[in-house]
Design a protein around this ligand. Structure first.
Ligand code: SAM
Length: 353
């Protein structure tokens, strides 16, 4: 029997789709604003397209068209009488500066991952995936700019305090490792804050390790080092007192082995601090979470595919609390305390044996 079609709902859904495409297009415009310095230029005060273009040292015609998108997209205001565009102060907080509120860098992930959409479509048909190597070196840069302001704001004051007594241990002096360290910014922040402790950052990517080393040198740190290492092979001796993983387990090819090696490499009273995406492992429990579609999308476009590319577990970004807890228990962690991170996207797992 043919299903009755509700014309009104068709219209509404078509509108919803067009809204999605408009939002996606505006995300590219935000990316352009971030890359060209237009938000910083506009935050200096209202100006015509000519004035804003001059402040940013850019081509006026491009800037005017971009301002058209910004204005009709409710990001800027426009005063037709004076021809002045203005970025409201509240919007400027979310689009400029060095605080964790600056979300402009996050827009970059769309263009970056979007480059691989054809290959990912192919993987839907033929299996496999797009390996990490195809995302590099840009991936390291994008992750760094997406995360560094948040880590500057929250790592020491918000993430580490979740583990009782850890900060005191770090102050006294312990051995710590960060696995899947990416650009190494977390290692360098901790090394600067806790000069009595020593830190090593492990990543499989040479470009990431080079970045970590360069920043450590720039910061004059003698207690931070970086090493190219597949973390399925974390050395089990000498033991670490602390191992951290920031957003670095769910995209592993072999996460079960990584977690087991972490547990084996820890001293008996050591801590594994895992910061990972806040979600349920059950899709029905993620309905209504406004960022869930973004997270599942990132998973398809990156976190799951990089694992499946090597015939891996393909946990994906939204592996969720239930799967995480099961895998941590299987790896030997008998005490796992989970709490909400001080940012809206993550959970903190404090794991001890
Ligand atoms: C999503 S990024 C997170 C980077 C960083 N922790 C951050 O928060 O910005 C995951 C990182 O894990 C690294 N990685 C993935 N699999 C790895 C493995 N088996 N061994 C070492 N590093 C790995 C990747 O190269 C990448 O830099």
């Amino acid at each position: 029997m043919q299903q009755q079609i509700d014309g009104q709902r068709v219209q509404e859904f078509a509108g919803q789709l067009m809204g999605l495409y408009t939002g996606s297009m505006l995300s590219f415009m935000v990316d352009l604003g971030y890359k060209t310095g237009l938000f910083e230029a506009a935050a200096k005060g209202p100006g015509t397209s000519q004035e804003i273009a001059e402040r940013a040292g850019l081509n006026e015609r491009y800037v005017r068209e971009w301002l058209g998108a910004m204005t009709t997209g409710s990001i800027f205001n426009y005063d037709a009488a004076s021809g002045a565009y203005s970025l409201p102060a509240e919007h400027a907080i979310c689009l400029t500066g060095e605080t964790g509120f600056n979300l402009a860098p996050m827009s970059q992930i769309l263009a970056h991952l979007g480059k691989h959409v054809h290959k990912i479509a192919d993987a839907f048909e033929n299996g496999g995936g797009v390996p990490y190597s195809e995302f590099r070196p840009e991936f390291t840069e994008v992750m760094d700019s997406m995360g560094r302001r948040r880590y500057d704001a929250l790592l020491v004051s918000g993430y580490l305090p979740a583990a009782n007594g850890l900060q005191e241990q770090l102050q006294r002096g312990i051995r710590a490792a960060d696995i899947g360290c990416g650009s190494g910014h977390c290692v360098n922040i901790m090394a600067r804050e806790y000069p009595n402790s020593t830190f090593v950052g492990y990543d499989i990517a040479e470009d990431a390790i080079a970045k970590g080393n360069a920043e450590a040198k720039e910061m004059g740190l003698s207690n931070a080092r970086f090493e190219v290492l597949d973390v399925t092979e974390i050395p089990s001796e000498p033991k670490f007192d602390l191992i951290t993983a920031f957003d670095a387990i769910h995209d592993q090819v072999d996460p079960a082995t990584v977690l087991r090696r972490v547990s084996e490499a820890l001293a008996p009273d050591g801590t594994f601090l895992m910061i990972d995406i806040k979600a349920s492992s059950n899709v029905e429990e993620n309905v209504g979470n406004p960022t869930a579609p973004f997270l599942y999308g990132i998973s398809v476009m990156h976190c799951m595919t990089v694992s499946l590319a090597h015939d891996g577990a393909g946990l994906g970004t939204v592996w969720g609390e239930q799967v995480a807890r099961r895998m941590l228990a299987e790896a030997g962690f008998t005490r796992v305390e989970m709490s909400d991170a001080p940012d809206p996207l993550n959970s903190i797992y404090v794991c001890r044996e």
